[in-house]
Design a protein. Structure first.
Length: 191
């Protein structure tokens, strides 16, 4: 079993020395460091190298959970991936170790809390949208073309202009123009 350490600092001005010292003291045999990379960034080259270096039975070690990812759902997904590969995970500051039964329990509880929070957010979003609709708010994107622009486009096309040229003059895609033209004009709707 090999312990592989991963450290990350968000800016080039910061130093990972504290993290690296802690990882070395924890017995990490190989260390990988991302410098000047946000935890939310998808492209973390050193993390990719650390994950690639892990073999079944190895353990990925970080100084703190926030060094590995910004969100709990990302951490849960990553540890799930590690588990599927037969690897463990340790966070030194939080004393989480998925190679122990207690560490697995803690991570499952965190995962359940994250799922619960996602559910609450979805419920609040749906309730907010329903309340906004009741108040008469228009939801969704603002139309790319105003009613006047659509009316003008109809006149130009009826006069013989090519739809692609009209779309270009309005600075929209041809498909956007066709969708706008397909909607009934406000003047033709029944009163």
């Amino acid at each position: 079993m090999t312990s592989i350490g991963y450290a990350r600092v968000s800016t080039d001005d910061q130093t990972p020395a504290l993290q690296l010292d802690a990882l070395k003291a924890a017995g990490c045999e190989r260390l990988f460091t991302d410098r000047g990379v946000s935890g939310a960034a998808r492209g973390r080259p050193a993390l990719g190298e650390a994950l690639a270096a892990l073999k079944s039975g190895d353990v990925l070690v970080v100084w703190r959970l926030d060094r590995l990812g910004r969100s709990l759902s990302d951490l849960i997904a990553l540890t799930g991936e590690l588990k599927a590969r037969g690897c463990g995970f340790r966070s030194l500051s939080e004393s989480i170790d998925t190679t122990t039964a207690g560490g697995v329990l803690v991570f499952h509880v965190l995962g359940a809390l994250a799922e619960f929070e996602r559910g609450l957010i979805a419920e609040r979003t749906r309730a907010g949208l329903a309340a906004a609709k009741k108040r008469g708010a228009k939801l969704g994107r603002r139309p790319a073309l105003s009613a006047d622009q659509v009316s003008h486009a109809r006149q130009l096309i009826d006069a013989g202009e090519r739809p692609s040229d009209v779309a270009k003059s309005l600075k929209v895609d041809r498909a956007t123009l066709y969708r706008a033209l397909a909607k009934p004009s406000p003047s033709s709707s029944p009163s």
